[in-house]
Design a protein around this ligand. Structure first.
Ligand code: ADP
Ligand code: MG
Length: 596
């Protein structure tokens, strides 16, 4: 019988292995700029075309390679970073496996020009699909210059799965940011289609963070420093007020490399305690230094997920170090129950005495507030703090004479709970309202009745400027066109300012900057970009962006009005995206809690 086993040719083996290392242009960026860092570069320039799909070029002034090394570096398991088997530790700790360049060369067209400081001439190699197509001596600057073109040109199925330019570019920027934060002493530049996105000089960590993320972060940075036997943690966290709705500015590094660590992330979030509404993510830049032997980077092929020896102990260290930092630098108002909460806790409606609002029980109007008259009698002081029930269905109330009021005219007692929630009462129990979602629901239905009209956009008296980070600025041109179509008129002014000039009639905004950032997020999401949204989606995005944020403190009148407007809605229980706007603790549930 004939033998049936074939050994795969190297080129195919490399392509298969490449699948592990190279998922998208950003993976190539990561490997190339990390190599430049390892080569001792003091300056790294990254030039990208079309989100990296067309071309990625990394130029460094590091040690460079000899002609022999230049050829060898594309071989599988070729690495200068592990000398002998005794260095296996280096594989484990830093993930040097000599695989990256072999993998990249297997699925792209690569050109390498490199020169060591002690050589007069450099060497150049051009390859496609793992094969050298030309090589020879070349005049080039000291250091290394890699150009990677047409990623996945020979794996059409994978090429097709690459996303649009702005999505791929966001990933590229994320990789660039990680290396730039970990190596503030290296000058780094990022250009996309010849436009400079970052031009970072060599600086210390603090200034790098501020140069990268802008002034808006500067006042909010809180330093962290803790040293224990297991770990040193340094870096910065941000005051809770800078937390954002979606992730993107959370950075952990270990021994100088970026890592993802969902478990430690929870330690960070937990340290903010109740300072953060549940769907807000704090911004942080935390650098861990540990003994190399105490981590394992090889659990993940792209090396961003790392296993630590003492994860539970480290969790505690992170958590308590951050609590301390937050407490010390005023992030956490010290236990404030007695002062702050009680101060703005109105125990009765701040409006005029209830009797002034007396109206016939059959008064028209969508929302009413029903006060069973019997309640007054059962209470000692008669008129003090009456129980007030907003209700859409007055007829549901059983028995007894009652007074009905228009919601607009009477505010039920509301109790601010902080963090964007407040409590109010209802005929059936206690209602806890999420102010942001509730407001989004109210605005959404208002806009449905009265659609914002792009033609009659209202010019803002004072245009509002918002500084965008390079990441936010990606795709801003499309955003401007799309936003215009719903009446939000913006102009982009170089290098990074978005200026809001007009809003559709009928849309009112409390915090313009938050509004713009929220819209950018809403429209920037791949699956919800304006192109794929219908008119309802537009309204929902507008409603979300202009709704009260969770960090906004509402006064009693605003809470009362919001509750009344919410319960007058067609669908009060859900926000436009379908999330609950309030929770009701029914009397039955309350009785159960008290084991009645
Ligand atoms: P690894 O980084 O795990 O060693 P790579 O495939 O990324 O594997 O790189 C292989 C080798 O090529 C490196 O060990 C290094 O010797 C050399 N090399 C890669 N990039 C550079 C660079 N920018 N400057 C100098 N040498 C480099
Ligand atoms: Mg490498």
């Amino acid at each position: 019988m004939a033998d049936i086993i074939n050994v795969l040719p190297d080129s195919i083996a490399n392509q298969i292995a490449a699948g592990e290392v190279v998922q998208r242009p950003a993976s190539v960026v990561k490997e190339l700029i990390e190599n430049s860092v390892d080569a001792g570069a003091t300056r790294i320039v990254l030039k990208v075309r079309d989100g990296g799909k067309e071309q990625i070029q990394v130029i460094d002034d590091g040690i460079g390679m000899s002609p022999m090394d230049a050829r060898l570096c594309f071989e599988r398991h070729a690495t200068s970073k592990i000398l002998a088997a005794s260095d296996l530790e280096a594989i484990v700790t830093m993930g040097f496996r000599g695989e990256a360049l072999a993998s990249i060369a297997a699925v792209a067209e690569v050109a390498l020009a490199t020169r060591r400081e002690d050589s007069e001439m450099g060497y150049q190699i051009v390859m496609a699909g793992s094969k050298i197509t030309s090589e020879g001596v070349v005049a080039t600057a000291k250091g290394t210059n890699f150009t990677v073109r047409n990623l996945f040109f020979n794996v059409p199925a994978r090429r097709r799965f690459l996303k649009g330019t702005s999505v791929e570019m966001k990933h590229v920027v994320a990789e660039f940011q990680r290396v730039a934060l970990a190596n503030p002493g290296i000058a780094m530049q990022l250009l996309h289609n010849d436009e400079v996105l970052y031009d970072l000089r060599a600086q210390n960590r603090y200034h790098r963070i501020v140069q990268m993320f802008g002034k808006r972060i500067e006042e909010a940075l809180i330093p962290v420093h803790v040293e224990t036997e297991e770990v040193t943690i340094e870096g910065y966290i941000c005051k809770p007020s800078k937390a954002r709705k979606r992730g993107g500015e959370q950075f952990f590094f270990v021994n100088g490399r970026y890592m993802r660590h969902p478990y430690f992330h929870r330690a960070v979030v937990d340290s903010y305690d109740k300072q953060l509404p549940h769907d807000m993510v704090p911004i942080y830049f935390l650098f861990f230094t540990v003994r190399p032997e105490s981590i394992d980077v090889n659990i993940h092929p792209t090396k961003t997920e790392i296993k630590f020896e003492n994860e539970r102990i480290l969790w505690q260290i992170v958590n308590s170090a951050l609590r301390e930092a937050l407490g010390q630098f005023g992030g956490l108002p010290q236990l404030n129950f007695h002062e702050d909460v009680l101060r703005d806790m109105p125990l009765c409606p701040p409006s005029a005495p209830v009797a002034d609002f007396e109206m016939p029980a059959s008064a028209p109007g969508p929302a009413r507030i029903i006060i069973p008259a019997a309640r007054f009698d059962s209470r000692s002081g008669g008129g003090d703090a009456p129980m007030v029930y907003p209700s859409r269905e007055p007829s549901e109330e059983g028995g007894g004479p009652r007074l009905a009021f228009r919601a607009e005219e009477l505010l039920p007692p509301t109790l601010p709970l902080g963090h964007g929630y407040f409590a109010t009462t209802h005929a059936n129990g206690l209602v806890i309202v999420d102010q942001q979602r509730a407001h989004a629901r109210v605005l959404y239905e208002q806009m449905e009745r009265n659609p914002p009209n792009p033609i009659t956009s209202l010019q803002l008296l004072f245009p509002v400027s918002v500084e965008l980070s390079p990441e936010e600025a990606i795709g801003v041109e499309t955003f401007i066109i799309e936003a215009e179509s719903i009446g939000v008129r913006c102009v982009y002014s170089e290098p990074s300012t978005l200026v809001l000039h007009a809003l559709p009639a009928g849309v009112s905004v409390v915090d313009y900057e938050a509004f713009i950032r929220e819209l950018l997020v809403e429209f920037g999401e791949e699956e919800t970009s304006l192109k794929t949204r219908d008119a309802r989606g537009h309204l929902a995005a507008l409603a979300h962006a202009s709704a009260y944020s969770r960090s906004l403190t509402l006064n009693a009148e605003e809470m009362g009005r919001l509750a009344a407007n919410l319960f007058a809605c067609r669908e009060p229980s859900r926000d436009p995206d379908g999330y609950p706007t309030f929770q009701l603790w029914g009397i039955g549930q309350i009785q159960k809690m008290f084991q009645v």
